[in-house]
Design a protein. Sequence first.
Length: 247
Amino acid sequence: MTITINGIPCVCKKGEFLLQVARRNGIEIPTLCHHDAIAGQGCCRLCIVEVVERGRGKIVVSCVYPVEHECEVFTDSEKVRRQRGMILRLLEKRAPESPEIKALCEKYHAPEIDRFVKVDGGKCVLCGLCVKACAELSVGAISTVNRGVTKEIATPYHEPSSVCVGCGSCASVCPTGAIEITETADTRTIWGKTFQLVHCERCGKVIGTREELAYASKKSGHEPDALCADCRREVMADVMARTYGAE
């Protein structure tokens, strides 16, 4: 199947998401809540595009819009620019301290909209990536709490979580740096809880927290790692070389 994006013919499979097709063909569509490892968000709406099928146009969220028919897609039409600008200003009011949002507002020429009221927030745009990452990759220590303008991401009762393993998956996927994580040579602090770091026995590189490694060990049924991934590969390569070299 072939669709046209900004006048460029793009070959795709039926059911592929528009954002995937565009990026594979080097066509830029801005995103915040999208992450390749955590699909199906569609929260921030920043990746909207205009799809024209059978002469009729509509605005869709490209990261969750599957291609079903041949169509023409515009990523920067007047309608898209107008709606994307409004979305960016809403996000800016939600996260007034986010330099990433400010940069996007400047890049896409988001107009000033006086009627939007600034929320007493920080950098979080409530995209939900951190919650999903924690649920799918770790232990589900954080969640969305409250409603309306008081909605936020937090641990239960804002207390240090009893189940958090300090893996930092939530912070690594956050698009606006809203989750504070600090490290010293031996500790990592996140969500108000400080964890002891474990270092590779061979090179000294940080492998993870004690709790993180214990959790991974329990799930896999193997002993906690004593080496980082790079050192494990090197050790395995040496073993293989000696094994086959002896034959």
